[in-house]
Ligand binder design. Structure first.
Ligand code: GRG
Length: 290
């Protein structure tokens, strides 16, 4: 087992142990743990840990931060699935939180994951108070009105009328990009990266966020096409603006490849300063199944 995988297991245990420490509400405990245990790729914790590995810093120092970002991500998915938002029945291959526990409990489970994420970082004995404050500042900024929450609001407002590609990019930049950027920025604080390295890694993080979204849009179409037994490229069926609806499937693949090379070049520009391989591996992961 490699060190990132071992750390991801430790992060998982940290989240569950933290959530189990609730002798007041068994229901909140079960509902919060349910969505964490439902699975997921753990992409954001992997980004935190891979950045620390690249910086040559002990991975344990990133465990609480990796746990916190996954808790916030999971809360956002629970709330996104609610009837008032996307009204989804399945998430991570399992019934959504509100389908199992009811809407009121799902709202509270999401609130709980958000709130407790900060306490996980605060409880970390590996981090100095200075690092904790800086990490929490970045985490909460990107989760809140300067990040994911405003992105989600823009997305909801954009559903009622067609949006431009620039508006779409802005929505993604906040809705999904913000948490991804936070992973790198927090790891740079913990791993004491130089300003030069931090700046380059922040650019790389923005590119990873966009790659993540283009990939999601491509897979959405490809899996729908497979499901419906249709001919790839013939149909971008709903009228949502996506990278595929704007550029076509081939165009979206091209956008992906171009950005992938740019992100690789950014990493290569600092390869004498840090070990860029774990961050290159993230880019390679994004290519899998495309
Ligand atoms: C409700 C506050 C609030 C925010 C919701 C991120 C978000 C904001 C909603 C998710 C909607 C969505 C499906 C976006 C597409 C890209 C995305 C974030 C997919 C889910 O992330 P993955 O693929 O999921 O990392 P796993 O399950 O692997 O963790």
């Amino acid at each position: 087992m490699n060190d990132i995988k071992q750390s991801l297991d430790a992060v998982e245990r940290l989240i569950i142990t933290h959530l189990k420490d609730n002798d007041i509400s068994e229901t909140i405990k079960r509902a919060s743990i349910y969505s964490i245990e439902a699975g997921g790729k753990r992409f954001r914790p992997t980004m935190v840990l891979s950045t620390l590995k690249a910086l040559g810093y002990p991975l344990e120092h990133g465990h609480s931060t990796a746990a916190a970002i996954e808790m916030i991500h999971t809360y956002s998915l629970i709330h996104d699935d609610l009837p008032a938002m996307d009204d989804d029945d399945l998430r991570r291959g399992q019934p959504t939180n509100h389908k199992v526990f009811g809407e009121a409990t799902a709202i509270l489970a999401g609130d709980n994951l958000l709130t407790e994420s900060a306490r996980v970082v605060i409880s970390d004995d590996n981090l100095s108070d200075d690092k904790k404050i800086k990490v929490l500042g970045v985490l909460l900024k990107n989760a809140g009105q300067k990040g994911m929450i405003s992105g989600q609001m823009l997305d909801i407002e954009g559903e009622t009328s067609p949006i431009t590609l620039d508006e779409l990019a802005q929505i993604h930049n906040y809705k999904t990009g913000a948490l991804i950027r936070a992973c790198i920025e927090m790891a740079c604080i913990i791993g004491e990266a130089s300003d030069d390295v931090t700046n380059t890694l922040n650019r790389y993080a923005t590119e990873v966020g966009v790659l993540f979204q283009i990939r999601d849009d491509i897979l959405d179409v490809v899996s729908n096409v497979e499901e419906l037994g249709k001919n790839i490229g013939s149909d971008v069926s709903n009228n949502k603006t996506t990278y595929v609806s704007e550029y076509g499937l081939e165009g979206a693949y091209e956008q992906f490849d171009t950005l992938y090379e740019t992100a690789m070049d950014h990493l290569k520009s600092i390869e004498t300063l840090i070990s860029v391989e774990p961050l290159m591996a993230i880019l390679e992961k994004l290519k899998i199944n495309l």
